[in-house]
Design a protein around this ligand. Sequence first.
Ligand SMILES: [Zn+2]
Length: 193
Amino acid sequence: MITNTTRRFWLAVLTTLAFLFRNRSLRKWLWVPLLVLGAGFLIPQPMVVPVRDASLTSWNKKSFWAYPWGSSITHKGIDIFAEKGTDVLSATQGIVVYVHEGGKGGKSVMVLGPKWRFHYYAHLNDIKTTVFKPLSTGAVIGSVGDTGNAVGKPPHLHYAITTPFPYPHLYDDEAVQGWKKMFYLNPDVWLRP
Ligand SMILES: [Zn+2]
């Protein structure tokens, strides 16, 4: 699968469904996880720019899918530039699924938001949230930094949105890694009024 988060998501869903299906007495409850999955798509997704006081010039619209982009090949998010220490906000309501330190993202936070979309916030200077914490839109989750592979670069938030449910209409046969565009959504689409 496409990202670790997508892989883990499908593992959890399929494990749950298989468990219910295999147990004759539990099989009648199969509709519950399916209903939960369906309901997730109905949750509205009002969004805010995830850096406090950022403006439309704080990120370059063309940075999404910029190529070539080091070991990632293409840039699967946008970089929102701000002074180190500026609040990073949750772009949506959601629940924190992990916080991590290390690797390319440095200090990073993953939030599950409406419609089963996963929101990834990376290169944080510090993390101000915890796993499984429910978040309202605009809640502070950390601050802008230059951790991970942003060391030595101007501080910025790397913000990416992934979906475990592919969107076939986003398939792009011209772009490098264009099939992956079905799994990575362009935040600019929602953040630009
Ligand atoms: Zn980036």
